[in-house]
Design a protein around this ligand. Structure first.
Ligand code: SAM
Ligand code: SF4
Length: 464
C-alpha cells in the first residue's frame, strides 16, 4: 500500500515585538505552520518564510517594522522564493497602507488571521497580487487556537490565553482597535490546555489576557462577568494535578474584586505576585485616561490585597506626560509609587496612537518631550531605590525557587523565580530544572537575586 508522501519541510523565522500576547501568538503561528511542514530556522538566512510580528502599543512601531523589513530586503533579492509576511497589531491597524509603505512585504495579516496562515500562504503562492488579511472574526464565531505542547519543546513555564481583545476604553490605548472586542475562552478549554502543558513538562502556567479580571467564560452562555468568574477560573486551574505554580496577567483595577484578591490567600498554587497597572497617581489624570477608578479606590485595593497576602510582590505600569498632566498631577504619581512600594514597574512616556479615544476626546499630546523625559527619569530613579529595598528584603532568607533552566546571562548558574516573580541565580545541578527548591539568598543585583542552593541543613527562615 502506498503511504502518503511526507510534506516537504521548510523553515520559518519569526521576529517578534511586543507583549506576552504576541509571544503567545508566535507560538500559535509556529504550531499552525508546523503542521504545514515548517520547522524553526536558526536565522533568517536559512528561512523560506520570515514573519515579523508587530506591536503598535507605543510609537515608533511602524519605524521598527520598516527597519526590520529593510534588513531582509537584500535576502529577498538573493532568494526570490523567500516569503516575507508581517503580522500583529501594526498589520491590523495599517492594512493596505503597510503594504504600500513596505514594498518588500508579500502580505500582511492581523491577529485573528493566524489560524488562516496556511490559506494565506496558498493565496500568496497562487496569485501575483500582494494582500492585507485583516478581517476580524465576530465575537460569536471566534474560536481560540488550541495549543499542542510537545515534551521536546515545552519549557518549565508556559502561557495560556484565556481571553482575546478588550472592551475597555482607556483613552491612550490602541489595543481595542487592533485586537477587537473581548472574548472569553470557555473554562474547560483553559483547564484542558493547562493539563496538556503540565503533561508535556510545564510546571508554571501564566494565564494571559488584556484584562483577565473581566473574564466571563465560566457560565455556559459566556455572559458578562463581574470579576468573580475569574476567581472561579483560578480555582479550577489551581486544582489541575501536577501544576506547581499559577500566575496571571494583566489585571485592570476596575474588575479586581475582593474574591480575586482572596485567591492569593486561598489557592495553594497561585503565586504571590500581582501586576496591577495604575498608569497614573492622580485621580484627575486617571479620569482623562478613562480608567474608571480613582487613586483612592486603587489604593484601597492595594491595602486590601496586602491585608490578605502581606508578602505579595506587586508590579505596575506607569505612563508619564499624558495629555494635560500638570507638575502637581505628576507629583501624585511619585507619591503613589512611594506609598505602594512596588517590586518593579514598567514606565513609559505617553505617545499618541491612532484610533484611540484620546484623539476623539481631543486630548492632544501637549506635554513637551523634555518634560516627559525628565518625568520618566524621576519615576525610574525613585523606583530604582524602591526595587533595591524590596529585593533587599530577601537577603538572608531562604526562598522557594522554581528552577527554569541554566542561566543565559550567568554561565554555569541555574535560574528560577521566587513566588514573587523575582529572578534568582545560583549554582546547582541541572537535575533541579523543573523542580521547586530552597535557595539561601545571599545578595541582590539591580533587578535579580543571587543565592546558594540550600540543603536541608540551612537554618535561614523560609519566606515563601
Ligand atoms: N491591558 C493592560 C492594562 O490594562 O493595563 C495593558 C495593555 S498595554 C499592552 C501595556 C502598557 O502599555 C499599558 O499598561 C500602558 O502603561 C502602556 N501604554 C499603552 N498605550 C500607551 C501609549 N499610548 N503611550 C504610552 N504607553 C502606553
Ligand atoms: Fe488597553 Fe485599557 Fe484594554 Fe488594557 S484595559 S488593553 S490599557 S483598553
Amino acid at each position: 500500500m502506498d503511504s502518503e508522501p511526507s510534506p516537504q519541510r521548510r523553515r520559518l523565522f519569526v521576529q517578534n515585538f511586543g507583549c506576552q500576547m504576541n509571544d503567545y501568538d508566535v507560538e500559535r503561528m509556529r504550531e499552525v505552520l508546523g503542521r504545514q511542514g515548517y520547522d524553526a530556522a536558526d536565522s533568517a538566512d536559512d528561512a523560506d518564510l520570515i514573519v515579523i510580528n508587530t506591536c503598535s502599543v507605543r510609537e515608533k512601531a511602524e519605524a521598527k517594522v520598516a527597519s526590520a523589513a529593510g534588513r531582509w530586503k537584500e535576502l529577498k533579492q538573493q532568494r526570490p522564493g523567500l516569503v516575507l509576511a508581517i503580522g500583529g497589531c501594526v498589520a491590523q491597524q495599517e492594512g493596505e497602507r503597510l503594504l504600500r509603505r513596505i514594498p518588500v512585504a508579500d502580505f500582511t495579516f492581523g491577529p485573528d488571521q493566524i489560524g488562516a496562515l496556511p490559506d494565506l500562504l496558498g493565496r500568496h503562492a497562487l496569485g501575483r497580487r500582494r494582500f492585507a488579511a485583516t478581517e476580524v472574526i465576530d465575537v460569536e464565531d471566534y474560536r481560540f487556537l488550541t495549543a499542542e505542547p510537545r515534551p521536546s519543546s515545552t519549557k518549565v513555564t508556559a502561557l495560556v490565553t484565556i481571553q482575546k481583545g478588550c472592551d475597555n476604553h482607556c483613552a491612550f490605548c490602541v489595543v481595542p482597535a487592533t485586537r477587537g472586542r473581548e472574548v472569553s475562552r470557555p473554562w474547560r478549554e483553559v483547564v484542558d490546555e493547562v493539563g496538556r502543558y503540565v503533561a508535556a513538562g510545564a510546571r508554571e502556567l501564566t494565564l494571559i489576557g488584556q484584562n483577565v479580571n473581566s473574564y466571563h467564560g465560566v457560565g455556559a452562555d459566556n455572559a458578562r462577568g463581574d470579576g468573580d468568574d475569574f476567581a472561579e477560573l483560578l480555582a479550577r486551574v489551581d486544582a489541575v494535578p501536577g501544576l506547581v505554580r499559577l500566575r496571571y496577567t494583566t489585571s485592570h483595577p476596575h474588575d479586581f474584586t475582593t474574591r480575586v484578591a482572596d485567591a492569593f490567600r486561598d489557592l495553594p498554587r497561585l503565586a504571590q505576585w500581582l501586576h496591577l497597572p495604575v498608569q497614573a497617581g492622580s485621580s484627575r489624570t486617571l479620569k482623562r485616561m478613562v480608567r474608571d477608578y480613582t487613586r483612592e479606590q486603587y489604593l484601597r485595593q492595594i491595602d486590601y490585597v496586602r491585608s490578605v497576602c502581606p508578602d505579595l510582590s506587586l508590579s505596575t505600569d506607569i505612563i508619564v506626560g499624558y495629555p494635560g498632566e500638570t507638575d502637581a498631577e505628576f507629583e501624585e504619581t511619585l507619591s503613589l509609587l512611594a506609598y505602594v512600594q512596588y517590586d518593579s514597574i514598567y514606565s513609559f512616556e505617553y505617545s499618541e496612537r491612532p484610533d484611540t479615544p484620546a484623539l476623539k476626546l481631543a486630548l492632544r499630546d501637549n506635554v513637551a518631550a523634555e518634560v516627559k523625559a525628565e518625568r520618566l527619569q524621576r519615576v525610574q530613579a525613585l523606583q530604582k531605590e524602591i526595587t533595591a529595598r524590596r529585593l533587599g528584603r530577601w537577603v538572608g532568607r531562604r526562598a522557594e525557587v522554581l528552577v527554569e533552566g541554566e542561566s543565559a546571562r550567568h554561565p554555569g548558574q541555574l535560574c528560577g523565580r521566587t513566588t514573587g516573580n523575582e529572578m534568582v541565580n545560583f549554582a546547582g545541578p541541572p537535575s533541579l530544572i523543573g523542580r521547586l527548591t530552597k535557595v539561601a539568598i545571599t545578595g541582590a543585583r539591580s533587578h535579580t537575586l543571587v543565592g546558594e542552593h540550600a540543603d536541608a541543613g540551612h537554618r535561614l527562615p523560609v519566606l515563601a
